[in-house]
Design a protein around this ligand. Structure first.
Ligand SMILES: NC(=O)c1ccc[n+]([C@@H]2O[C@H](COP(=O)([O-])OP(=O)(O)OC[C@H]3O[C@@H](n4cnc5c(N)ncnc54)[C@H](O)[C@@H]3O)[C@@H](O)[C@H]2O)c1
Ligand SMILES: O=C[C@H](O)CS(=O)(=O)O
Length: 479
């Protein structure tokens, strides 16, 4: 079993005496790593070091060098892609085909950031547009913020970490990185990869510990200039309350709706929505949770959808043909099963699935659901999807918007006018037409409205958010 620890100023903290956390494979409970957890004093040291490194070394590093390091990290990741995919499958329980997809996306994030590092530009202000402003020149340049605190979740442990680390480095910041303690191994390997690619010690300090012990004090620390967080709504609220004057980006949860109109390609919609609801056991923030289907195609959609769900392969995530693996731990599987049982007690019907065995919850399709059931109103974050009939466009929009969340939605129709009308009216950070809510590319703006979050990621937008504008003006003597 591999032993890992936090990495601060290039030195790994493995000394005995620290509390050890075992990282378990959620499928078979095999121990895959022992982590020496960081303490509050490690965190303080990491922040002080990142602060120091920002002011003395990072500020001196030109953009082309940052771009080269990001590019080199991408190249190394591709060389080691299978190793990374296997670790993600083992620590998160993600089916290997999806882990491979995550690694490929992570490599692209690094490449986008490498390109972005060279295109951080400013603006010339037309000073004479203001009365009395003539004979002045003014421009805006974008400067790095300083120390970025990156706090990440378990479900995309590599790619969602890179959505913070890569833009932060591209923009010239240093980072204190607190990965999810459930999945720290790929995060550790990533920090080692940056080091191998030439990133100087202390530019990314890795601090592995719990949310309470190191996450919360990282959020509160005065020498941290921005918190970039991806995770659950309760933790996001807590961060918002405690971050003080820092910039904050929050990428939070959702109960994403997908609307299927009667003119949609049902073959395509059902095939894609099986992946959309059940990929990585629904533990995806934009997972299809509520599917609204127009009443005249509802029966056809449902029977087709059930058939395609019944043939999913369930089992060991490391096997090539596995579609559905475990949830992250048994408590989460039990919590999700309880939500199904509560809904059934209140009149809902299980069309397929509904059973739990250890950490595995069978892919579950529910009908006859009501809007106040947890499986509809809250983020289910499990392989559970509800199929709900609707009559009119108005009703589909109104029901989709009836949520505290607003991250991404999917709309299936061949009518372009209807598609655009609905896209305009959906209260979401993003809307896909003839694509599932679960689809994301790493170069478009991504983030939520309502309680799904604050700010946007997507490499170009995150780089912008990792900088601050500085205005410089000059009065020109007319001689
Ligand atoms: N919108 C997005 O882009 C996006 C992407 C992935 C996951 N998510 C959301 O993440 C959640 C699942 O991930 P999770 O279970 O790892 O989330 P989580 O909120 O439990 O944990 C996320 C991170 O926050 C840390 N943390 C916990 N308490 C903290 C505190 N008080 N202060 C600071 N940090 C603290 C954790 O240790 C972990 O590193 C779901 O709600 C999902 O929707 C959102
Ligand atoms: O879990 C939510 C993630 O944002 C999904 S993705 O990794 O961005 O596709």
């Amino acid at each position: 079993m591999v032993k890992i620890g936090s990495i601060i100023n290039g030195r790994e903290r493995l000394d005995e005496g620290r509390e050890t956390l075992d990282v378990l494979n959620p499928y078979n409970q095999e121990k895959i790593a022992g982590v020496k957890l960081a303490t509050k004093s490690d965190l303080n040291e990491a922040i002080e070091n990142s602060y120091e490194k920002f002011h003395h070394d990072m500020k001196a590093m030109p953009a082309h060098e940052r771009a080269d390091i990001l590019r080199k990290t991408a190249d190394l990741l591709i060389e080691r892609s299978e190793e990374f995919a296997e670790v993600i499958s083992k620590e998160a329980g993600k089916p290997i085909k999806y882990s491979r997809g995550e690694v490929e996306r992570a490599m692209q994030v690094l490449r986008f950031a490498s390109e972005g590092a060279k295109h951080i530009t400013g603006e010339v202000i037309p000073m004479d547009a203001a009365i009395g402003g003539q004979h002045r020149m003014g421009f805006v340049k974008r400067e790095p913020l300083g120390v970025v605190g990156a706090i990440t979740p378990f479900n995309f442990p590599l790619n969602l970490s890179l959505h913070k680390l890569a833009p932060a480095i591209a923009a010239g910041n240093t980072v204190v990185f607190k990965p999810a303690e459930k999945t720290p191994v790929s995060a550790y390997m990533l920090v080692k990869l940056f080091e191998e690619a030439g990133l100087p010690a202390g530019f990314i300090n890795l601090v592995i510990g719990s949310g309470e012990e190191v996450g919360a004090p990282l959020v509160e620390h005065d020498k941290v200039h921005k918190i970039s967080f991806t995770g659950s709504l309760p933790v996001g609220k807590n961060i918002m309350e405690n971050a003080g004057f820092k910039k904050v980006t929050l990428e939070l949860g959702s109960n994403s709706p997908n609307i299927v109109f009667n003119d949609a390609d049902l073959e395509q919609a059902t095939t894609e929505l099986v992946k959309g609801a059940f990929a990585f056991s629904g533990q995806v923030c934009i997972s299809a949770q509520r599917i609204y289907v127009q009443n005249d195609v509802y029966d056809e959609f449902l029977s087709n959808y059930v058939q395609k769900t019944e043939v999913l392969q369930i089992g060991d995530p490391i096997k090539e043909d596995t579609d559905i693996g475990p949830m992250i731990n048994e408590d989460e599987a039990k919590r999700a099963k309880q939500w199904i049982d509560d809904a059934v007690q209140n009149g809902a019907e299980v069309k397929v699935g509904g059973e739990r065995e250890s950490t595995i919850l069978m892919p579950t399709i529910m009908t006859n659901v009501k809007k106040n059931m947890k499986i509809i109103a809250e983020e289910v974050f499990a392989p559970i999807v509800s199929v709900i009939p609707f009559h009119t466009e108005e009703e589909a929009v109104q029901r989709s918007n009836d949520s505290i969340y607003g991250l991404q939605a999917g709309v299936f129709t061949k009518d372009i006018n209807r598609a655009m009308r609905v896209a305009d009216r959906l209260e979401m950070g993003g809307v896909w037409i003839n694509e599932i809510s679960t689809y994301r590319q790493d170069n478009h703006p991504y983030g939520g409205v309502k309680q799904s979050g604050v700010g946007r990621e997507g490499v170009k937008y995150a780089i912008e958010d990792m900088t601050e504008m500085k205005f410089i003006g000059m009065k020109i003597d007319q001689g």
